[in-house]
Design a protein around this ligand. Structure first.
Ligand code: FE2
Length: 442
């Protein structure tokens, strides 16, 4: 198993070198970089962004990134769709609640590049307008992939079956099930050899994810900045073949003559990172009722409108339920925000059943769009209202939600897919009306 080293701290100014003396100690861009390396800056924010929103790193490479052949188009299978760049007919607006089963292989047999083995489920916003997101599902093979750089989006990778090895220009990251990787826009990487992995992939076209403001919670709780791990410089030198770039929804290829992952040293706050979701310090009620799911927010992409994030990444981790005289599962609700949900392992307490389709399992997903009513399925409701309310631990579970202020559009391929559960809404059939005599209609 590949071992990688990390340094910790969300958004900190990290610095690292894999050869002693490679990192310039004072200047970012000295006249002569130590060891004949080439200095290069990657900016992830506008130059004049303020405070912690200002994101940039300096990398010190054996060859500058410009030393590569010109771009040429790559004909992909077009199962990976990008809102704002794909044809409008590829997506459909639909208010109905939807759910999908695990995406079975082989769904893209014979495809050789990793991104060609991904399928877009839903998307929203516009890559061109730098807002919104998309959710893709796919499989990363056990072999090392070609190099890749996404100019369109920050990417969040969530493996649910098999660990990932990421070889990035900033260093290596191993992502086990229960962890996430965040790859900033424009960072070069490839998937290293692994056992193969099934993955949820979120593209965030908007502002880079930040930790949410904790407000009244105070200084501690939720995702702790010190648990976010950044790679140490590793200089992957055996990389050749092709470099792929995703730009405005299309894929381009370049022949590599120098390794794109030849960074010997770097410093800055714009770099890939990983986070172990099991380290989330979960908050909740210790009296009665339970708070809204915003209490489970791990990362948030700001829209510029206060209180209206473009995209929140929320988890439903193991936790104690202790609310007295309380209906403890997620309640019936409808939101102005639109929710895509997936699950990495275990059972989600609002949807434990397997009736009505194949249930809600790792690799599956559900979509509850703006103001579409949803909530616990019938069996979950019945057992919750009849439960003996002793303190209860929800263990071995990790569901997540990508919640956007924009309604998600469903891809036509996901709408028509055999793995869409056509009878999903049957999970809400059979509720007995309350025995209250209605007023006569006039
Ligand atoms: Fe919901």
């Amino acid at each position: 198993m590949t071992t990688y080293e990390y340094h910790y701290g969300f958004g900190n100014e990290h610095q690292t070198e894999c050869v002693p003396g490679a990192l310039p100690l004072v200047q970012s861009n000295p006249q002569k970089v130590p060891m004949g390396l080439y200095a290069e800056q990657i900016s992830g924010s506008c130059f004049v962004s303020e405070g912690r929103s200002l994101l940039r790193s300096w990398i010190y490479k054996k060859s500058p990134s410009v030393d590569i052949k010109d771009y040429s188009s790559f004909k992909s299978a077009k199962t990976w769709l990008t809102p704002g760049a794909a044809s409008e007919s590829e997506f459909v607006d639909f208010p109905q609640t939807l759910r999908w089963s695990h995406l079975e292989e082989p769904f893209q047999e014979g495809k050789t590049e990793w991104f060609d083995r991904f399928v877009t489920v839903c998307g929203t916003g516009s890559v061109r307008a730098r807002k919104g997101a998309a959710v893709h599902l796919g499989k990363v093979s056990a072999e090392a992939s070609s190099c890749f750089r996404n100019a369109d989006a920050e990417m969040v990778l969530l493996p649910y079956n098999g660990a990932l090895n990421l070889e990035t220009e900033f260093g290596g990251l191993r992502i086990d099930v229960g962890e996430i990787a965040v790859l900033p826009r424009g960072v070069s990487f490839r998937f290293g050899k692994s056992q193969g992995s099934d993955v949820y992939l979120c593209e965030n076209y908007g502002s880079p994810f930040q930790l949410p403001n904790r407000g009244l919670i105070g200084a501690n709780g939720l995702a702790n900045p010190r648990h976010f791990a950044y790679p140490k410089a590793q200089c992957f030198m055996d990389v050749s073949g092709l470099m792929f770039t995703k730009y405005m929804g299309s894929f381009y290829q370049q022949e590599i003559s120098r390794s794109p992952l030849d960074v010997v040293a770097w410093f800055g706050n714009y770099a890939p990172y990983k986070y172990d979701l099991r380290l989330f310090n979960t908050m909740g009620s210790i009296s009665f009722d339970h708070p809204d799911p915003s209490i489970f927010t791990v990362l948030s992409s700001a829209s510029g409108v206060s209180g209206e994030p473009d995209l929140d990444f929320v988890i439903f981790p193991p936790r104690w339920l202790v609310g007295e005289e309380t209906f403890r599962p997620p309640y019936f609700h409808r939101n102005v925000m639109s929710e895509y949900m997936g699950i990495l392992y275990g059972t989600y307490d609002a949807k434990p059943g397997t009736k009505n389709g194949d249930g809600f399992h790792p690799g599956g997903g559900s979509l509850h769009n703006c103001m579409s009513p949803h909530g616990p399925e019938l069996e979950a409701y019945k057992s919750a209202v009849d439960a003996d309310l002793a303190p209860e631990k929800l263990a071995d579970t990790m569901a997540f939600m990508l919640e956007s202020r924009f309604p998600w559009q469903v891809s036509n391929q996901a709408m028509q897919a055999s793995w869409r559960q056509a009878k999903y809404t049957d999970c809400w059939r059979g509720f007995e009306p309350a025995a209250v005599k209605s007023n006569k209609a006039t």
